[in-house]
Write a protein that binds this ligand. Structure first.
Ligand code: PAF
Length: 282
């Protein structure tokens, strides 16, 4: 497995792969890899001749300086895992390499990037589009792999792909969960033992709410999830929205959309750590 740090090295390798007509899968990550990332990489290895994994904590998508400073960084362990999974290449650049000049590009795909995370983390999706568009331009992948834990991120990236006419397939991959249901996330390593114990209540409430759907309105179901999670000391729901899975617009009636998703963000503990999750209703 090759590890490169510069765009020039990355592009030279990509050009060689393209000359040999190899298909390329790209797995963009911010490192601190876990089994959720591993599932994306394994899928890409299965579906492509070449798998490129980027490991870059992208500063432009953080709207909170502490969050950026505290984000876990474990490049050596990440590379060991990626090698064992059969990745072809790791791209681990510095911020200066990616942004030699400030990136002033503005991306706007309402409503996908203005609701939920877009409303609570201003600028976040603009930063995601800045880095992901650069990666798509550098790697020119046939397929890009993204985890469904960041359900809204996939919708925003799809909108950007359509807008900028990138020629690739976006491959959404299912959430990987711990045995107790907690969605795997690099941020889970920041939880204290006590916080880690209460965090699974988020998915428990989501799971239970799928049954409520038969007998309760959208609003009642939404409130039941919020109340159940807020009743746990140390957890506080920032938002819970039940939305049309394509447009991400909130619905008020179960029949309003063909596919319906519940998307949640919860503050856990004193720091607090922000945990996100989602569930499909239909
Ligand atoms: O989902 C993530 O880890 C990041 O948002 C991504 C897609 C790697 C862009 O920095």
């Amino acid at each position: 497995m090759k590890i490169v740090n510069t765009v020039a090295e990355l592009k030279a390798s990509i050009a060689a792969f393209k000359q040999q007509n190899k298909t390329i899968g790209l797995v963009p990550t911010m490192g601190a890899l876990h089994q959720g990332h591993a599932s994306l990489v394994s899928r890409s290895v299965k579906e492509n001749d070449v798998t490129v994994v980027s490991v870059f904590v992208n500063p432009t998508q953080f709207n909170d300086k502490n969050d950026l400073a505290n984000y876990p960084r474990t490049l050596e362990a990440d590379c060991q895992l990626l090698e064992s999974l059969g990745a072809t290449m790791v791209f681990a650049p510095t911020a200066e390499e990616i942004y030699p000049e400030p990136d002033t590009r503005q991306f706007s795909y309402p409503p996908t990037d203005t609701v939920m995370e877009g409303a609570f983390r201003p600028g976040h999706f603009n930063g995601v589009c800045q880095i992901v568009s650069k990666l798509f331009m550098f790697v020119e992948p046939d397929r890009g792999y993204f985890g469904e834990k960041d359900f809204q991120q996939i919708a925003v990236i799809r909108a950007m792909v359509k807008d900028l006419k990138f020629h690739l397939q976006i491959v959404p991959c299912p959430i990987v969960r711990e045995a107790d249901g907690l969605a795997m996330s690099s941020r889970n390593t920041l939880l204290t033992a006590q916080e880690r114990q209460i965090a699974p209540a988020i998915y428990k409430a989501l799971r239970r709410s799928v049954n409520l759907q038969q007998t309760h309105t959208v609003e009642e179901t939404k409130q039941a999830v919020i109340n159940e999670i807020n009743a746990v000391e140390g957890l506080e729901v920032q938002y819970y929205e039940i939305v049309d899975a394509e447009t991400l617009v909130s619905i008020t009636d179960w029949n309003q959309a063909e596919h319906v998703q519940g998307c949640i963000t919860v503050f856990c503990g004193h720091t607090p750590i922000r945990l996100i999750d989602n569930i499909n209703y239909k």
